[in-house]
Ligand binder design. Sequence first.
Ligand code: TPP
Ligand code: MG
Length: 430
Amino acid sequence: MKIQKKANTGTKKTISKNGAGRGSTALPQQRTYSIPDHRLEKSGFTVRQILKGEECCYEVSGDLNVPVPPIRDSKYLSKQQCIEIYRWMVLNRKMEQALENLYKQGKVVGGVYFGLGQEACSCASAYALGKDDWLAPMIRNQGSLLVRGFEPRDMMMQYMAKADSPTKGRDGTSHFGDIYKRNVVSPISMLGDLIPVLAGVALGARLQGKNVAVMTYIGDGGQSTGVTYEGINFAAVQDLGLVLFVESNLWAYSTPSEMQYKPQDLAERAIAYGIPGVIVDGTDPCQVYDAAREGVERAHRGEGPTLIEAKMMRMKGHAIHDAADYVPKPMFEYWRKRDPIARFENYLVNVKKWLSPAEHAKLIAEVEGYLESEREIAVNSPMPAPETAEGGVYCEDGCHEVKLKYGRPKVQVGRGPTPHRKEEAAIHFK
Ligand SMILES: Cc1ncc(C[n+]2csc(CCOP(=O)(O)OP(=O)(O)O)c2C)c(N)n1
Ligand SMILES: [Mg+2]
């Protein structure tokens, strides 16, 4: 197998393979696959495991002093939409800072997970979803939850296990969703398990005559799980509208990506699933949004899944208890210069001049004021009454009533093949 990267950036990466294809003659033939790579920079460093005396640690080598790339102009976003995404990113960052403070004040029950450095990926991806689409966040996607309509108070109360939190104090972290109003599936801790669940959501909607986009995320570590393969494969053969973000943030807990997978880029895995794969700079909201939007549009057309690899860096430890001492310091320095919020601010204020410095300061002050009032509400929410602990286990007042969301089924389940091709779907759903 030969992998070629064209020299100019933002172009396609071509992967060719010698051998006979399915249904071809025995003559060797060359196949060409494309993985569009929209980044304006390819970081060229590697991490190696070394032994220092008895201690095992990691060392980074390569050029870490290359200039910071600009933001790529979006093909779709208006000035107003860019500003709106920027506001979500700032809210995401500042809410997590507030959560860290609440933890340090001893108000949080359990740990706190952060998406520092990944705000562009969370916010700009969820921003591309339509009202009828679905989202399933992972622990670092609190920004996606904000974009999808949760308030900072929901996250804060959840971490403090307050009575008014989405789970009424029964869970201390991010295990909450809203399948009624916001179309949000709760995170599942078993890495990869959300993928087949979301494929099922898309299948359920299709059986009601609607092609929806179902967006979820998987880490560069979590994508190694078997269920990831099973879920993507199922979505691929059924042409279900899965928009899967692979959050390539270079670490899976304390394991560097070099020790996690063998291909150069995880987007290449899309070739083996028979679906489009694309690489974006996960610190550039315009690139993230454009790829997400194209995946969502493809999903709405009933054409199947898209795998988007977002390259970035986990800028904190796995959770608040983890100081990430195993990460070579120069890696943090390299990525700190690529901070998604600082770079987008520079793009909006200095490059595009879409926000004056005064307008920018006003936006920040508004976000801070809003967060402070949300924090007050969350802190003042009561703890749950002990006698409520046994609630919510068994069905109460029809909580398990399953209602159709998009309409009556147009086909009878179990009668004939599922109409999974667009043409077939058109016939069945007319
Ligand atoms: C199937 C499974 N194996 C192991 C774990 C424990 N675990 C939780 S998070 C994590 C690391 C995940 O790394 P990655 O997928 O890269 O996501 P990141 O934390 O970098 O966002 C591990 C090993 C788990 N939750 N599920
Ligand atoms: Mg990771």
